[in-house]
Design a protein around this ligand. Sequence first.
Ligand code: M6R
Length: 614
Amino acid sequence: MCGIVGYVGSKPAVDILLDGLEQLEYRGYDSSGIAVKCDDAIKVYKAEGKLSNLKEELAPHAYEISKATMGIGHIRWATHGAPTVVNAHPHTCGCGKLVVVHNGIIENYKELKAKLEEKGCKFRSQTDTEVVAHLIASIYGEVKDLAKAVQLTTKQLEGAYALCIMHNDEPNKLVVTKRNAPLVIGVGENEYYVASDVPAIIKHTKKAIYLTDNQVATITPDSLKLEDVNEQELTPKIEVLPWEPVALSKMGYKHFMLKEIHEQPDVIRNILVGKLHTSDSPIVLNEVKLTRNTLKELNRIQIIACGTSLHAAMIGKYIIEDFCGIPVDVEASSEYIYRKTVTDSHTLVIGVSQSGETADTLTAIKQSKAKGSHILIITNRPDSAMAREADSLIPVSAGIEVSVAATKSYIAQLTSFYLLALYMAEIKGTMSEEDLNKIKSEMLLLPQKIEQILAHKENIQTCARKYSNTRDFIYIARGINYPTALEGALKLKEISYINATGYPAGELKHGPIAMLDETMPVLSVLMNGKVYEKLLSNSEEAKARNAKMIALTNSSDQKLDDLFDYIIRVPEVDELLSPIVAMVPLQLIAYYIAEFLGKDVDQPRNLAKSVTVE
Ligand code: M6R
């Protein structure tokens, strides 16, 4: 989703802004732009499509803009108005002296626009953001103070925003503010950086200030003044960022997605360190701040999430119910927030999010918190807005995930759910010692099993090529692997644009079976366990309709050779842990199909990594 950068200091601003935008590309975008302060005017440059187009646009002006030491930049993921140059940010006021970049949605922009038009403002774009530029400029005309104009403007704005603004009459000054959208200020030596996310600033500084909602910062090369919207001065809290720039390298892999898939064994190892030592030692999960007594008495859990995190949540439900006997509801955050939810101080609410910034999940969390629920957040970003809402925070520590398609963060979320479920089961005494030890000892072996899959990925690559020429793809599974089928299908459709759907296999004959014929690949997630035979029968039913059958299995059953056209074998694993092992080949199938079809694997069309608008 949109990304903002800003710089004020003494270095050439253009390179810093462009590099910052490049580091935010993973968020997903369809146009870009920068504005820099040149000798006596602010110059704005914009382009449709990738950043390379913006660079081409800038090339003829290289000399003119090379001396600029202050500027703002933006990558836009279109919400209001098509991804055209005129809709790209930065947006200017009527006279061009004030420029704004914005991430979020101004919900009352139509009313504001009508009022501004009555006053004579002429709008050029279809965006909600242009309203902000005109509104600040109109107030600035009266108060002649940029920070004050921004403070007064925000009182009129409804919705979500992170804003970075500069004005030609206030040289060497950036004003930034935010509400329900991320914004971080990097603190350098006589310079400041602004960004929607850490990767854009980490190579310049590790010192940063996370702006909280309704704070306004006025930044010059050697000063930072922090106020609330009523001009009350606040003390900025400077934090040290726990990030390393090297994390953003592809390390020789063709795509970030492939690199991130290969990181998964180490991601699991890192999570288990300090939490699961041996199969017979108790789980250590100091991050859970509920008392043992509260946990013992806990009788209801709600999990809220979106996309891939929602699929992790569905598996979380399965194992918490299985291990602990606590009823768990799982719901898409976007649905949760618009209905009457029965949540109270006796409910544990778990929010799951890679980014920790997903607008729907953040709103859902805030709603539950207001009702008194204990909020447990499972996120890959302990520095995120959701993490700041948490009563208990489980950082999944997968390292920064650049590819828009989530892979290692999903495996990390699952691993965290297993630890949480085992931890609660130990406290509640709901599992036998033998069962606990069995699951724990198998968990310790998961990294090796994934390494075995990755070492023999050629078979998966061949399978992907064989079925890449299809318009539709069906994934079937039962029980604990039903969410695996959903996630496998999501991965494929996200990066290859093939119409892929996951079904609980027992539902096939209630409708979807009508679609099956010799053109339809059906992939069956066939793991040994209590639903194995049932899923085998469902696969037979699909075969009888001439579907092209693929098995992802840990079974050595010979009869599979007759039933399936292609078989991908994975190492033996307990059914309850099989979602982790089964997911890796499904990620690889999606990757190799998309790569074979020549798709933009890491930045698929229309998608954003951090969905910061509802
Ligand atoms: O950052 P979050 O986990 O909250 O994001 C939720 C979804 O937007 C995300 O999982 C999305 O579905 C990914 N593109 C999946 O690959």
